[in-house]
Design a protein around this ligand. Structure first.
Ligand code: UD1
Ligand code: CA
Length: 457
């Protein structure tokens, strides 16, 4: 049995007041439509069809890497008309209709709906809302069976008191759809071909309508404007916070955490307020993250502490490191066990050996530091000559004095010492002391110049 998922994404999204198509606006760092595609793709053997219209080229471009079939709905004549555009490409099994602007729908909700669908039964996802205004209402007969959906704009005052609403998400067989869609009419208040009219068709011909509900209303909430988008972002983040806490993470405040990607945590991880995690981030057992850190695409090994206001991207930390406060680790930074990065230190493509330290105010880029290397405050690797990047290599236990410029390519040997304020442009042998700065001179008889007026008196 085939499963075709039709994702509607042709609408304009006027209320976003944006030049970007609505479905490309982001929730948790990912386009709305990408959330739906990810969930739909997780259904077994699903083939995805995306109905595009307004901003279609932009949507197509944004989804260039996705495995989906695009269907163009040139004119938006309603949800029924939109699904009809995809009809030709459908198989002969089940069809699931989803909305690109309903991002939080869960896989479990969809599989429960699909389980009900066969030639004698279609599935409809409904939700009870305290404020059902705007939604299509579910009409039921005396036996409690769903028999029709009436759109809010077409509903009578009595029908508008119904709180059970159409989420828009439904499933049926391709055969049923092929039977029903050609019979839709646009004879209604909005002059549109309503997909919802297939419910009454099913009821009349004796096809059962199984209704199921989502785990929570947030799953089926759509995004029409930025207020709703911001609210759904909070719904999503609250879910992430709860998941993390259930997995054993201590959050200082579950309301002040943002996960925009995948965050994987070990046991007894502690995360303070205001942290943002992007891309794929792994925090191993006992990692502590201080307030207001941003961590993107990084692996943080066990027992590491990241102090307040640190920004990490593409970093890999073995374990037991202390980082920050106010540290910036850029892509390609690798810290072996116990390495330490202090405040106002920037690293990029830098390998620090076990226990190496860069404690204050330094830039270390394109560098390999051995075990126990100590870099003094204000040290800069001059890795760029205006055209190419060059490597700085520092052997085990070397000591680099404060305010040193290391002009790459350059090597400092094992156990070597560099005097403070040096500009090192030639290699330093293992064990040697290198000092490369102006010599200090003293003039004991020197008189400080004075202003002419002072001299006269
Ligand atoms: C629709 C349902 C309503 C339900 C509500 C849930 C119909 C007729 N009504 O109403 O019962 O309660 O969703 O949110 O289905 N779209 C297209 N092409 C079109 C028209 C719409 O792709 O020609 C897409 C839109 O981009 C949007 C979705 O379909 O993502 C829903 O369309 P919209 O016009 O917002 O329907 P509602 O009036 O909200
Ligand atoms: Ca809508």
């Amino acid at each position: 049995m085939t499963l075709d998922v039709v994702i509607l994404a042709a609408g304009q999204g006027t209320r976003m007041r944006s030049t970007r198509p609505k479905v490309l606006h982001e929730l948790a760092g990912k386009a709305l439509i990408d959330h739906v595609i990810a969930t739909a793709s997780s259904l077994e053997d699903a083939r995805l069809h995306v109905v595009i219209g307004h901003g279609g080229d932009q949507v197509r471009e944004a989804l260039a890497d996705a495995e989906v079939n695009f269907v163009v709905q040139a004119e938006q004549k309603g949800t029924g008309h939109a699904v009809a555009q995809a009809l030709e490409g459908l198989g002969d099994g089940q069809v699931l209709v989803l909305y690109a602007d309903v991002p939080l729908i869960r896989r479990e909700t969809l599989t429960a709906l699909l389980e009900r669908v066969d030639e004698r039964c279609m599935g409809l996802l409904t939700v009870d809302l305290d404020d059902p205004a705007g939604y299509g209402r579910i009409k039921r007969d005396a036996d409690g069976e769903a028999v029709a959906i009436v759109e809010h704009k077409d509903a009578t005052a009595a029908e508008r008191t119904i709180r059970e609403c159409n989420t828009g998400i439904m499933a049926m067989t391709a055969l049923q759809l092929r039977r029903w869609l050609p019979r839709l009419s646009a004879d209604n208040v909005q002059g549109e071909y309503y997909l919802t009219d297939v419910i009454a068709m099913a009821a009349v011909e004796g096809t059962a309508i199984a209704t199921t509900q989502p785990g929570s209303p947030g799953e089926v909430e759509g995004v029409n404007d930025r207020v709703q988008l911001a609210r759904l972002e909070r719904v999503f983040q609250a879910g992430e916070a709860e998941r993390l806490m259930r997995e054993g993470v201590a959050l200082a405040d579950p309301l002040r955490l943002d996960v925009r990607g995948e965050l994987d945590c070990g046991r007894d991880v502690v995360i303070d307020v205001g942290c943002v995690f992007e891309g794929r981030v792994e925090l191993a057992d006992d990692v502590r993250v201080g307030p207001y850190c941003v961590i993107r695409d990084s692996l943080i090994g066990p027992g590491s502490v990241i102090e307040a206001h640190s920004v990490l991207e593409g970093a890999s930390v073995e374990g037991d490191s202390r980082i920050g406060p106010f540290a910036r680790l850029r892509p390609g930074t690798r810290l072996a066990r116990g390495a330490r990065i202090g405040n106002f230190v920037e690293t990029k493509n830098a390998d620090l050996g076990e226990g190496a330290k860069i404690n204050h105010l330094s830039y270390v880029g394109d560098a390999r530091l051995g075990r126990g290397v100590n870099i003094g405050a204000g040290t800069i690797t001059c890795n760029y000559d205006g055209a190419n990047k060059h490597l700085t290599e520092i052997g085990d236990s070397a000591f680099i004095g404060s305010n040193t410029a290391l002009v790459a390519p350059v090597t400092v040997g094992e156990g070597a010492t560099v005097g403070a304020g040096s500009t090192i442009s030639r290699n330093v042998e293992a064990g040697a002391l290198a000092v490369a700065r102006g010599r200090q001179i003293s003039k004991p008889d020197w008189v400080r110049p004075q202003k002419a007026s002072k001299r006269d008196h």
